[in-house]
Design a protein around this ligand. Structure first.
Ligand SMILES: [Mg+2]
Length: 124
């Protein structure tokens, strides 16, 4: 059971990396995709993502009171951030999937499960 509908493609970081590379190459945008430019674009998209939550105060998980259009917009801005992060990693020669898995392992070593049941300060 893959959870995929017929004809659906599994979304992986490798697939997104290839799609972003194809997208840039087809438009001759590779010359603009320097690490610095991509980082600035990523920060810009983080700003657009932040604007969605700006002035709303704390919102409950699942965003139960948000309109469908607001959630769709959120998905678009989250995607912009992800896609620029994937592209930045690719042009920098970083395997983002491997790097992220390694970071999770490092974080687990840094913050071992507390067997006493108490809470620990979160600081990645
Ligand atoms: Mg955007």
């Amino acid at each position: 059971m893959t959870g995929l509908k017929e004809g659906e493609e599994r979304v992986t970081l490798d697939l997104l990396t290839k799609k972003m590379d194809d997208f840039a190459r087809e438009r001759d945008w590779e010359r603009f995709h320097s690490p610095r430019n991509l980082l600035l674009a990523l920060v810009g998209e983080m700003g657009e993502l932040s604007e969605i939550f700006q002035w709303k105060g704390e919102v409950p998980k699942g965003l139960p009171n948000w309109k469908d259009e607001e959630k769709q917009h959120l998905g678009e801005e989250l995607s912009d951030v992800l896609l620029y992060l994937v592209r930045l990693s690719d042009v920098c020669g970083v395997d983002l999937g491997k790097a992220a898995l390694r970071k999770v392992e490092l974080n687990a070593l840094k913050y071992p499960v507390n067997v006493d049941g108490g809470s620990k300060k979160q600081e990645l």
